[in-house]
Design a protein around this ligand. Structure first.
Ligand SMILES: Cc1cc2nc3c(=O)[nH]c(=O)nc-3n(C[C@H](O)[C@H](O)[C@H](O)COP(=O)(O)OP(=O)(O)OC[C@H]3O[C@@H](n4cnc5c(N)ncnc54)[C@H](O)[C@@H]3O)c2cc1C
Length: 375
């Protein structure tokens, strides 16, 4: 690729070596135990990959989204858990809308991998409709008192979360965002969702019972909390798209290697036109996704808005990963369905991607709004 520098290539190579040599041997164990592999997360920090897009001022690498998606893609070739290890989604809202005090308190620790911050917006009544939350925040002196329950929260053992809460019943929107640390009184977590895939991501629930949060922990403006998470969403969608791309490539590589050594009717199944057509179709979809993802990441790095294009990337790449991993199983026959074949894990993990961080239907809604803007 001519458009990436030697420095970018070096970072990608470091990520690739780590994924192949250190993550690959552990993937099966993480999938079966469903435990977050903290030692691997710590290694990612040691390699400097927790702060790819965090500026050097705060101890990050100061690289752009193009570098980030390429690294995520490379790592996700070994599967979802590998691709997700560098996710540091809350760093961007902090950089963009955090106060100086919040940046000083959290950013360096996030970049160093000493601290983990998740986000907690989803509730029983508020999935795709993030505005329909029941969690409330009431001001009490220089603190806010939060009450409510968040569900489907990733990396539930994080040190802190960006939490949405209703701060005004009458104000349109009326939602604010707060950094809530796990040690605050009234904060607890629980539950553990057994999911089809994305094992090792510790998805659970977060409970706030008269949880007292210092007023300085509000991120962004009062009653404008949804805007805070929207600042992270474009990059979040690109990360998921890059994970989908890497996983599709990983499943493709494994399935086509298998097709060349599996003999039926006296020859490798790769010599049958049906299998060749599957492979050609898979590769075409992977390359289309890659081109779109790289183009959109470059747009972001040159300061352009990617609201529409990141939705296209997320929609196309995640649906593509479902199709490609499904075909990969078909190519591998019965072997593709077994744990040893690995492909079934790619298939299970891929199925979750069109749902997390905005479903495919919501991506279509975002794209459609740019085609038919409200008059
Ligand atoms: C593994 C995992 C990890 C997650 N991690 C987090 C996290 O860390 N933090 C967090 O806050 N949330 C998290 N989520 C929640 C995730 O963001 C939601 O699951 C997602 O936004 C969809 O919400 P829902 O599941 O309630 O589905 P619903 O909103 O109930 O949607 C159900 C179906 O209806 C469709 N639908 C809904 N509204 C419309 C519409 N207007 N037009 C057309 N179709 C529509 C949806 O597309 C979907 O097909 C996670 C979810 C999962 C599965």
């Amino acid at each position: 690729m001519t458009f990436i520098s030697e420095e970018q290539q070096l970072m990608i190579n470091i990520a690739k070596e780590f994924a192949v040599n250190e993550v690959r041997p552990r993937v099966k164990e993480v999938d079966s135990t469903d435990q977050r592999p903290q030692d691997l997360v710590d290694r990612v920090a040691e390699l400097g990959l927790r702060g790819i897009m965090i500026s050097e001022e705060w101890g990050g690498l100061g690289a752009g989204l193009t570098t980030q998606v390429m690294i995520v893609e490379e790592m996700a070739k070994e599967g979802y858990i590998s691709g997700s290890l560098i996710n540091n989604m809350m760093a961007l809202p902090l950089l963009k809308v955090g106060t100086q005090q919040q940046k000083e308190k959290y950013l360096e620790k996030l970049a160093a991998g000493e601290y983990y911050m998740g986000f907690a917006f989803t509730e029983a009544s508020a999935g795709s409709d993030a505005s329909n939350i029941q969690t409330t925040a009431v001001k009490d002196g220089d603190e806010w008192i939060l009450n409510g329950t968040k569900i489907f929260i990733s990396i539930i053992h994080s040190d802190a979360f960006l939490v949405s809460a209703r701060t005004n019943e009458t104000h349109p929107g009326g939602i604010s965002a707060f950094i809530v640390e796990k040690d605050y009184p009234g904060f607890s977590t629980g539950g553990h969702y057994k999911k089809i895939g994305l094992h090792g991501s510790d998805t659970g629930e977060l409970y706030l019972k008269n949880c007292r949060v210092p007023a300085e922990n509000m991120m962004g403006k009062e009653n404008k909390g949804l805007n805070v998470v929207f600042t992270a969403l474009d990059v979040g969608r690109m990360n998921i798209a890059a994970i989908a791309l890497g996983m599709a490539q990983g499943a493709f590589d494994r399935a086509t290697a298998y097709a060349q050594q599996r003999i039926q009717f006296g020859r490798p199944i790769s010599q049958f036109q049906a299998i060749q057509h599957y492979a050609a179709d898979m590769l075409a979809q992977i390359e289309v996704s890659r081109a779109m993802i790289y183009k959109t990441a470059q747009m972001y790095d040159s300061g352009e808005s990617i609201a529409r294009d990141s939705a296209i990337c997320k929609l196309y790449a995640t649906e593509m990963a479902c199709r490609v991993t499904d075909r990969a199983i078909q190519i591998c026959g019965g072997y593709g369905l077994t744990e040893d074949g690995e492909i079934e894990r790619y298939f299970r993990d891929a199925r979750v991607l069109p749902i997390v961080e905005g479903t495919s239907e919501i991506q279509k809604m975002i794209i459609a709004r740019t085609i038919f803007p409200k008059k």
